[in-house]
Design a protein around this ligand. Structure first.
Ligand SMILES: [Zn+2]
Length: 58
């Protein structure tokens, strides 16, 4: 079960993500700052670099 964003072009697992997508926020990739992310990807990049995503107002 996924949720479509406002534009209908993207699908999200969580309703709160769908509510922000294409609705004044954009998804930003963040490196080496897990606390700043609302979703951290657990697989590390080569060299142990962690990364994740957060919403930022456009
Ligand atoms: Zn969208």
């Amino acid at each position: 079960m996924t949720h479509k964003c406002k534009s209908g072009r993207h699908a999200w697992l969580f309703e709160e993500d769908a509510a922000k997508c294409c609705n004044g926020f954009r998804r930003m990739l963040v490196f080496n700052d897990p606390k700043a992310c609302d979703s951290v990807v657990l697989n590390l990049l080569p060299g142990g670099v962690s990364y994740g995503y957060r919403w930022e107002p456009v």
